[in-house]
Design a protein around this ligand. Structure first.
Ligand code: KG4
Ligand code: ZN
Length: 352
Protein backbone atom coordinates (compact mmCIF):
# COMPACT_ATOMS: atom_id res chain seq x y z
CA UNK A 1 0.00 0.00 0.00
CA UNK A 2 1.41 3.35 -1.08
CA UNK A 3 0.01 6.79 -0.25
CA UNK A 4 0.74 10.40 -1.22
CA UNK A 5 0.39 12.79 1.75
CA UNK A 6 -0.03 16.57 1.61
CA UNK A 7 0.43 18.94 4.58
CA UNK A 8 -0.49 22.66 4.46
CA UNK A 9 -2.05 23.45 7.85
CA UNK A 10 0.54 26.03 8.95
CA UNK A 11 3.75 27.43 7.50
CA UNK A 12 5.22 24.32 5.92
CA UNK A 13 4.21 23.03 2.50
CA UNK A 14 5.02 19.33 2.58
CA UNK A 15 4.42 16.28 0.41
CA UNK A 16 5.55 12.68 0.76
CA UNK A 17 5.03 9.18 -0.54
CA UNK A 18 5.00 6.45 2.09
CA UNK A 19 4.41 2.75 1.70
CA UNK A 20 3.80 -0.04 4.17
CA UNK A 21 7.21 -1.51 4.93
CA UNK A 22 8.52 -4.49 6.87
CA UNK A 23 7.43 -5.14 10.48
CA UNK A 24 4.42 -2.84 10.14
CA UNK A 25 6.51 0.34 9.85
CA UNK A 26 6.39 2.83 7.05
CA UNK A 27 8.89 3.13 4.26
CA UNK A 28 9.35 6.79 3.33
CA UNK A 29 9.93 6.90 -0.43
CA UNK A 30 10.03 10.71 -0.51
CA UNK A 31 9.51 13.53 1.99
CA UNK A 32 9.60 17.06 0.55
CA UNK A 33 9.27 20.16 2.74
CA UNK A 34 9.36 23.83 1.85
CA UNK A 35 9.33 26.04 4.92
CA UNK A 36 7.87 29.54 4.67
CA UNK A 37 9.71 30.73 7.78
CA UNK A 38 11.45 33.52 5.84
CA UNK A 39 8.14 34.82 4.46
CA UNK A 40 6.78 35.27 7.98
CA UNK A 41 9.95 36.21 9.90
CA UNK A 42 9.40 39.96 9.61
CA UNK A 43 6.01 39.61 11.34
CA UNK A 44 7.21 37.48 14.28
CA UNK A 45 4.61 34.80 13.54
CA UNK A 46 2.64 33.14 10.77
CA UNK A 47 0.44 35.46 8.66
CA UNK A 48 -2.47 33.30 7.41
CA UNK A 49 -2.99 35.11 4.07
CA UNK A 50 0.73 34.95 3.21
CA UNK A 51 0.80 31.28 4.19
CA UNK A 52 -2.14 30.33 1.97
CA UNK A 53 -0.69 32.11 -1.07
CA UNK A 54 2.75 30.60 -0.52
CA UNK A 55 1.22 27.09 -0.40
CA UNK A 56 -0.49 27.75 -3.77
CA UNK A 57 2.80 28.93 -5.31
CA UNK A 58 4.71 25.71 -4.58
CA UNK A 59 2.04 23.02 -4.32
CA UNK A 60 2.30 21.60 -7.85
CA UNK A 61 6.12 21.48 -7.83
CA UNK A 62 6.15 19.77 -4.46
CA UNK A 63 3.66 17.10 -5.50
CA UNK A 64 5.72 16.49 -8.65
CA UNK A 65 8.93 16.27 -6.58
CA UNK A 66 7.43 13.79 -4.12
CA UNK A 67 6.32 11.51 -6.95
CA UNK A 68 9.60 11.85 -8.87
CA UNK A 69 11.82 11.20 -5.85
CA UNK A 70 9.70 8.19 -4.93
CA UNK A 71 9.86 7.00 -8.54
CA UNK A 72 6.12 6.42 -8.76
CA UNK A 73 3.31 7.75 -10.92
CA UNK A 74 -0.14 8.80 -9.73
CA UNK A 75 -1.49 5.55 -11.15
CA UNK A 76 0.84 3.56 -8.86
CA UNK A 77 -0.61 5.10 -5.68
CA UNK A 78 -3.28 3.41 -3.57
CA UNK A 79 -4.67 6.60 -2.09
CA UNK A 80 -4.19 10.34 -1.66
CA UNK A 81 -4.24 11.94 1.79
CA UNK A 82 -4.25 15.56 2.92
CA UNK A 83 -4.40 17.21 6.31
CA UNK A 84 -7.97 18.55 6.46
CA UNK A 85 -7.36 20.43 9.72
CA UNK A 86 -6.99 21.70 12.33
CA UNK A 87 -5.04 24.70 11.08
CA UNK A 88 -5.13 27.97 9.18
CA UNK A 89 -8.15 27.54 6.95
CA UNK A 90 -6.71 29.16 3.78
CA UNK A 91 -3.72 26.84 3.83
CA UNK A 92 -5.78 23.76 4.69
CA UNK A 93 -7.99 24.47 1.64
CA UNK A 94 -4.96 24.48 -0.66
CA UNK A 95 -3.70 21.03 0.37
CA UNK A 96 -7.16 19.52 0.66
CA UNK A 97 -8.36 20.76 -2.73
CA UNK A 98 -5.15 19.56 -4.39
CA UNK A 99 -5.54 16.09 -2.88
CA UNK A 100 -9.20 15.87 -3.88
CA UNK A 101 -8.42 16.92 -7.47
CA UNK A 102 -5.61 14.34 -7.73
CA UNK A 103 -7.83 11.62 -6.24
CA UNK A 104 -10.57 12.48 -8.71
CA UNK A 105 -8.40 12.45 -11.83
CA UNK A 106 -6.47 9.34 -10.79
CA UNK A 107 -9.58 7.52 -9.55
CA UNK A 108 -7.97 6.81 -6.17
CA UNK A 109 -9.41 6.79 -2.63
CA UNK A 110 -9.22 10.15 -0.84
CA UNK A 111 -8.29 10.39 2.85
CA UNK A 112 -8.96 13.47 5.00
CA UNK A 113 -6.42 13.32 7.81
CA UNK A 114 -6.57 15.06 11.18
CA UNK A 115 -3.18 16.78 11.60
CA UNK A 116 -3.09 15.88 15.32
CA UNK A 117 -3.83 12.24 14.56
CA UNK A 118 -0.96 12.29 12.07
CA UNK A 119 1.44 13.49 14.81
CA UNK A 120 -0.04 10.90 17.20
CA UNK A 121 0.49 7.99 14.77
CA UNK A 122 3.95 9.06 13.56
CA UNK A 123 5.84 6.75 16.01
CA UNK A 124 4.16 3.81 14.30
CA UNK A 125 5.56 5.05 10.99
CA UNK A 126 9.09 5.32 12.39
CA UNK A 127 9.18 2.49 14.92
CA UNK A 128 6.18 0.25 14.19
CA UNK A 129 5.14 0.25 17.85
CA UNK A 130 1.93 -1.45 18.95
CA UNK A 131 -1.12 0.18 20.57
CA UNK A 132 -1.67 1.33 23.25
CA UNK A 133 1.05 3.86 24.07
CA UNK A 134 1.28 6.94 26.25
CA UNK A 135 1.75 10.02 24.08
CA UNK A 136 2.85 13.52 24.93
CA UNK A 137 1.65 15.55 21.95
CA UNK A 138 3.41 18.90 22.15
CA UNK A 139 3.28 21.41 19.32
CA UNK A 140 2.73 25.12 18.75
CA UNK A 141 -1.00 24.79 19.27
CA UNK A 142 -1.45 21.64 21.38
CA UNK A 143 -0.27 20.05 24.59
CA UNK A 144 -1.96 16.81 25.54
CA UNK A 145 -1.14 13.60 27.37
CA UNK A 146 -3.06 10.84 25.60
CA UNK A 147 -3.30 7.09 25.62
CA UNK A 148 -3.35 6.14 21.94
CA UNK A 149 -5.39 2.93 21.94
CA UNK A 150 -6.01 2.65 18.20
CA UNK A 151 -6.65 4.73 15.08
CA UNK A 152 -9.32 7.22 16.18
CA UNK A 153 -9.34 5.82 19.72
CA UNK A 154 -7.77 8.20 22.22
CA UNK A 155 -8.05 8.61 25.95
CA UNK A 156 -7.04 12.03 27.23
CA UNK A 157 -5.37 12.15 30.61
CA UNK A 158 -4.34 15.79 30.62
CA UNK A 159 -4.11 18.97 28.60
CA UNK A 160 -2.98 22.57 28.98
CA UNK A 161 -5.31 25.04 30.61
CA UNK A 162 -3.62 28.00 28.89
CA UNK A 163 -0.58 28.07 26.55
CA UNK A 164 0.71 25.12 24.54
CA UNK A 165 4.36 24.19 25.21
CA UNK A 166 5.51 25.28 21.73
CA UNK A 167 3.57 28.52 22.14
CA UNK A 168 5.35 29.18 25.46
CA UNK A 169 8.72 28.64 23.72
CA UNK A 170 7.65 30.97 20.88
CA UNK A 171 6.41 33.71 23.24
CA UNK A 172 9.52 33.57 25.43
CA UNK A 173 11.68 33.77 22.31
CA UNK A 174 9.80 36.81 21.06
CA UNK A 175 10.08 38.50 24.45
CA UNK A 176 13.86 37.93 24.39
CA UNK A 177 14.22 39.26 20.84
CA UNK A 178 14.85 35.84 19.24
CA UNK A 179 13.38 35.04 15.80
CA UNK A 180 10.33 32.88 15.06
CA UNK A 181 9.86 29.92 15.49
CA UNK A 182 11.19 30.27 18.99
CA UNK A 183 11.61 26.65 20.11
CA UNK A 184 14.82 25.84 18.24
CA UNK A 185 16.27 29.30 19.06
CA UNK A 186 15.58 28.99 22.79
CA UNK A 187 17.11 25.51 22.77
CA UNK A 188 20.21 26.80 20.96
CA UNK A 189 20.73 29.72 23.39
CA UNK A 190 19.98 27.47 26.40
CA UNK A 191 22.97 25.28 25.46
CA UNK A 192 25.38 27.98 26.59
CA UNK A 193 23.27 29.25 29.50
CA UNK A 194 23.09 28.65 33.24
CA UNK A 195 19.80 26.86 34.06
CA UNK A 196 19.93 27.74 37.75
CA UNK A 197 20.62 31.48 37.52
CA UNK A 198 16.91 32.39 37.66
CA UNK A 199 14.37 30.85 40.02
CA UNK A 200 11.30 30.16 37.91
CA UNK A 201 8.06 28.42 38.92
CA UNK A 202 7.21 24.81 38.01
CA UNK A 203 3.44 25.28 37.55
CA UNK A 204 1.08 22.57 38.92
CA UNK A 205 4.05 20.55 40.25
CA UNK A 206 2.80 17.59 42.25
CA UNK A 207 -0.87 18.04 41.25
CA UNK A 208 -2.59 14.72 40.67
CA UNK A 209 -4.37 15.69 37.43
CA UNK A 210 -1.71 15.56 34.67
CA UNK A 211 -2.64 18.98 33.24
CA UNK A 212 -0.34 21.85 32.24
CA UNK A 213 -0.38 25.59 32.87
CA UNK A 214 2.42 27.61 31.30
CA UNK A 215 1.32 31.23 31.13
CA UNK A 216 2.55 31.97 34.68
CA UNK A 217 5.99 30.59 33.80
CA UNK A 218 6.11 32.81 30.72
CA UNK A 219 5.18 35.85 32.85
CA UNK A 220 7.87 34.92 35.39
CA UNK A 221 10.46 34.96 32.56
CA UNK A 222 9.24 38.41 31.53
CA UNK A 223 9.55 39.74 35.10
CA UNK A 224 13.11 38.39 35.46
CA UNK A 225 14.04 39.85 32.05
CA UNK A 226 12.63 43.25 32.95
CA UNK A 227 14.56 43.30 36.23
CA UNK A 228 17.93 43.00 34.46
CA UNK A 229 17.19 44.85 31.18
CA UNK A 230 18.97 45.72 28.91
CA UNK A 231 19.83 42.07 28.31
CA UNK A 232 23.30 40.90 27.29
CA UNK A 233 23.70 37.76 25.19
CA UNK A 234 24.71 35.87 28.35
CA UNK A 235 21.53 37.05 30.09
CA UNK A 236 19.43 35.75 27.19
CA UNK A 237 21.25 32.39 27.30
CA UNK A 238 20.71 32.11 31.07
CA UNK A 239 17.01 33.05 30.77
CA UNK A 240 16.54 30.47 27.99
CA UNK A 241 18.34 27.77 29.99
CA UNK A 242 16.34 28.54 33.15
CA UNK A 243 13.05 28.56 31.19
CA UNK A 244 13.85 25.30 29.40
CA UNK A 245 14.82 23.64 32.68
CA UNK A 246 11.47 24.70 34.18
CA UNK A 247 9.61 23.28 31.15
CA UNK A 248 11.52 19.99 31.34
CA UNK A 249 10.83 19.62 35.10
CA UNK A 250 7.16 20.43 34.54
CA UNK A 251 6.75 18.00 31.64
CA UNK A 252 8.45 15.22 33.58
CA UNK A 253 6.30 15.80 36.66
CA UNK A 254 3.06 15.92 34.59
CA UNK A 255 4.03 12.78 32.65
CA UNK A 256 4.89 11.05 35.92
CA UNK A 257 1.35 11.80 37.08
CA UNK A 258 -0.02 10.36 33.82
CA UNK A 259 1.90 7.14 34.55
CA UNK A 260 0.37 7.11 38.04
CA UNK A 261 -3.07 7.34 36.40
CA UNK A 262 -2.21 4.51 34.03
CA UNK A 263 -1.25 2.23 36.88
CA UNK A 264 -4.88 2.46 38.06
CA UNK A 265 -6.19 1.41 34.63
CA UNK A 266 -6.31 -2.03 32.97
CA UNK A 267 -4.30 -0.74 30.04
CA UNK A 268 -0.58 -1.65 29.90
CA UNK A 269 1.20 0.71 27.50
CA UNK A 270 4.02 -0.40 25.19
CA UNK A 271 6.01 2.86 25.16
CA UNK A 272 6.23 6.50 26.12
CA UNK A 273 6.07 8.58 22.96
CA UNK A 274 6.72 12.25 22.33
CA UNK A 275 5.44 13.79 19.11
CA UNK A 276 4.76 17.25 17.69
CA UNK A 277 7.25 20.04 16.98
CA UNK A 278 8.42 20.35 20.60
CA UNK A 279 9.58 16.71 20.48
CA UNK A 280 12.61 18.03 18.56
CA UNK A 281 13.90 19.46 21.88
CA UNK A 282 16.90 17.39 23.05
CA UNK A 283 16.71 18.44 26.72
CA UNK A 284 13.10 17.32 26.87
CA UNK A 285 13.94 14.05 25.13
CA UNK A 286 16.71 13.25 27.63
CA UNK A 287 14.43 13.99 30.59
CA UNK A 288 11.64 11.81 29.21
CA UNK A 289 14.10 9.05 28.35
CA UNK A 290 15.02 8.81 32.05
CA UNK A 291 11.36 8.75 33.05
CA UNK A 292 10.54 6.05 30.48
CA UNK A 293 13.49 3.94 31.65
CA UNK A 294 12.30 4.29 35.25
CA UNK A 295 8.96 2.82 34.08
CA UNK A 296 10.78 0.07 32.16
CA UNK A 297 9.51 1.38 28.84
CA UNK A 298 11.26 2.68 25.72
CA UNK A 299 10.98 6.37 24.83
CA UNK A 300 9.99 6.67 21.20
CA UNK A 301 10.63 10.04 19.62
CA UNK A 302 10.50 10.39 15.86
CA UNK A 303 13.63 12.00 14.33
CA UNK A 304 13.38 15.84 14.43
CA UNK A 305 12.39 16.13 10.74
CA UNK A 306 9.38 13.89 11.43
CA UNK A 307 8.48 15.73 14.68
CA UNK A 308 7.83 19.09 13.04
CA UNK A 309 5.13 19.28 10.37
CA UNK A 310 5.78 16.98 7.42
CA UNK A 311 3.99 15.13 4.64
CA UNK A 312 5.17 11.64 5.64
CA UNK A 313 3.06 11.64 8.80
CA UNK A 314 -0.01 12.66 6.76
CA UNK A 315 0.64 9.89 4.22
CA UNK A 316 1.12 7.38 7.06
CA UNK A 317 -2.10 8.40 8.87
CA UNK A 318 -3.86 8.05 5.48
CA UNK A 319 -2.32 4.59 5.09
CA UNK A 320 -3.50 3.51 8.55
CA UNK A 321 -7.01 4.79 7.79
CA UNK A 322 -7.13 3.18 4.35
CA UNK A 323 -6.06 -0.18 5.86
CA UNK A 324 -9.19 0.07 8.03
CA UNK A 325 -11.39 1.08 5.09
CA UNK A 326 -11.84 4.61 6.48
CA UNK A 327 -11.91 6.64 3.25
CA UNK A 328 -13.57 10.04 2.84
CA UNK A 329 -15.85 11.68 0.28
CA UNK A 330 -14.72 14.54 -1.96
CA UNK A 331 -17.22 16.79 -0.14
CA UNK A 332 -15.12 16.66 3.06
CA UNK A 333 -14.88 20.29 4.23
CA UNK A 334 -11.66 21.84 5.61
CA UNK A 335 -11.70 22.35 9.37
CA UNK A 336 -9.99 25.21 11.20
CA UNK A 337 -10.81 23.46 14.47
CA UNK A 338 -10.85 19.69 14.70
CA UNK A 339 -10.16 18.26 18.16
CA UNK A 340 -9.19 14.62 18.31
CA UNK A 341 -12.23 12.65 19.35
CA UNK A 342 -11.06 11.70 22.79
CA UNK A 343 -12.57 10.23 25.85
CA UNK A 344 -11.49 11.81 29.10
CA UNK A 345 -10.17 9.69 31.94
CA UNK A 346 -13.45 10.40 33.74
CA UNK A 347 -15.67 9.23 30.83
CA UNK A 348 -13.56 6.09 30.40
CA UNK A 349 -14.06 5.16 34.05
CA UNK A 350 -17.81 5.85 33.79
CA UNK A 351 -17.92 3.61 30.70
CA UNK A 352 -16.10 0.76 32.41
O1 KG4 B 1 4.14 20.45 15.16
P1 KG4 B 1 4.70 21.75 14.71
O2 KG4 B 1 5.75 21.74 13.62
O3 KG4 B 1 3.56 22.72 14.23
C1 KG4 B 1 2.33 22.80 14.90
O4 KG4 B 1 1.44 21.98 14.55
O5 KG4 B 1 2.26 23.62 15.84
O6 KG4 B 1 5.26 22.48 16.02
C2 KG4 B 1 5.83 23.75 15.95
C3 KG4 B 1 6.18 24.16 17.36
C4 KG4 B 1 6.62 25.61 17.47
O7 KG4 B 1 5.96 26.21 18.58
C5 KG4 B 1 8.12 25.49 17.71
O8 KG4 B 1 8.67 26.57 18.45
C6 KG4 B 1 8.21 24.20 18.48
O9 KG4 B 1 7.26 23.35 17.86
N1 KG4 B 1 9.55 23.62 18.40
C7 KG4 B 1 10.38 23.47 19.45
C8 KG4 B 1 11.60 22.97 18.94
N2 KG4 B 1 11.48 22.82 17.59
C9 KG4 B 1 10.21 23.22 17.27
N3 KG4 B 1 10.19 23.73 20.76
C10 KG4 B 1 11.23 23.49 21.59
N4 KG4 B 1 12.43 23.02 21.18
C11 KG4 B 1 12.67 22.75 19.87
N5 KG4 B 1 13.86 22.30 19.47
ZN1 ZN C 1 1.99 20.01 13.81
Amino acid sequence: MRILGIETTCDETATAVVELGPEGRGLILSNEVLSQIEDHAAYGGVVPEIAARAHVDVMDQLVRRALQTAGVTLAELDGIAAAAGPGLIGGVMVGLTTAKALALVAGKPFLAVNHLEAHALSPRLTDGIAFPYLLLLASGGHTQLLVVKGVGDYLRLGTTIDDAIGEAFDKVAKMLGLPYPGGPQVERMARSGNPSRFTLPRPLLGRKEPDFSLSGLKTAVRIEAEKIAPLSEDDVCDLCASFQAAIVDTVIDRTRMAFARLSEMPCPVTALVIAGGVAANQALRSGLERLAAYNALPLIAPPPALCTDNGAMIAWAGLERLSLGLTDGLDFAPRARWPLTVKTDHEERAHV
